[in-house]
Design a binder for this molecule. Structure first.
Ligand code: HPA
Length: 271
């Protein structure tokens, strides 16, 4: 199977060039949230463009680096930035890095994003309790990759309750207020209309964004434990009457970066 061969050749390339043993956790850093990597000890950076079958993102706030290093003695691997479906990538391309990481026996995945808030306010960090993904292409369409998981994977416990509990406990300890809510994935790249948001709000959605869910579905299929964290960077369309912009998204992530870094470090230490 051509796609599986690509996944395996990427894994082999990383294995041949870097020490990929004993990695305890993988972390995906979304738009503007990449500065966490500065807090790693003994970090090694690999450009996505040097990794076979990895693609790069042109979106501002995505550094396109895979970084391996340590937090309090724990070995972790970080995707500093990600590629998106709306950039013209296929769902298989978007989720290939997650497949590769799962082959290094990494059990835990923390996945982060910038999102528009339907409830709450800009600057809030929200743990993803569940997601809504009714309208988008499923990344598992195509031949099932039996080596990873079942044809029809169960999605009833995608976001680990145990990891959510650890995150809340860490937040209380550090005095950082976290909420929990439903993230809705839409492909973008246009932002939602105010009516989209009105409808989604009636459905119980708390945050909207253009990433994360394809990777999470693939991570679940690959038997990884997932914690999702959204940084609410702006109020969603029509909730405030300000026009939306990516500049505001990046500006808010910069403002919350101290809390974001503290909470991530705390959670990683506790996992
Ligand atoms: N909508 C979709 N994606 C986003 C938003 C938004 O308002 N903010 C940041 N990413």
């Amino acid at each position: 199977m051509e796609y599986l061969n690509r996944i395996i050749s990427t894994k082999d390339w990383l294995n041949n060039n870097y020490d990929m043993n004993n990695i305890e956790l993988a972390l995906v850093l979304g738009s503007g949230l990449g500065s966490f990597v500065e807090h790693l000890d003994n970090a090694i950076e690999i450009d996505f463009s040097d990794i076979p079958n990895f693609k790069t993102s042109k979106v501002e706030g995505h550094k396109n680096k895979l970084v391996i290093g340590y937090i309090s003695g724990k070995k972790i691997i970080i995707m500093q930035g990600r590629i998106h479906y709306y950039e013209g990538n296929t769902m298989q391309e978007v989720t290939l890095p997650i497949r590769v990481l799962s082959l290094f026996n990494i059990k835990n995945l923390i996945i982060t994003n910038a999102a528009g808030g339907l409830t709450g306010e800009a600057g809030q960090l929200m743990l993803i309790e569940d997601h809504l993904d009714l309208f988008c292409e499923n990344p598992l369409i195509g031949d099932n990759l039996e080596v990873f998981g079942d044809r029809f994977p169960d999605m009833s416990n995608v976001y680990s309750k145990e990891l959510i509990e650890i995150a809340f406990k860490t937040g209380r300890k550090l005095g950082i207020n976290l909420t929990k809510g439903i993230y809705c994935y839409l492909t973008g790249p246009s932002y939602e209309t105010p009516f989209d948001i009105k409808v989604l709000k009636k459905l119980g959605v708390n945050a909207v964004g253009m990433s994360t869910v394809p990777e999470v579905i693939v991570a679940k299929h690959s038997k990884m434990k997932v914690l999702g964290i959204s940084c609410i960077t702006n109020l969603a369309a029509g909730i405030s009457n300000k026009p939306l912009s990516h500049a505001e998204v990046v500006e808010t992530t910069t403002k919350v970066s101290d809390d974001f870094i503290k909470i991530l470090r705390g959670i990683i230490e506790e996992i």
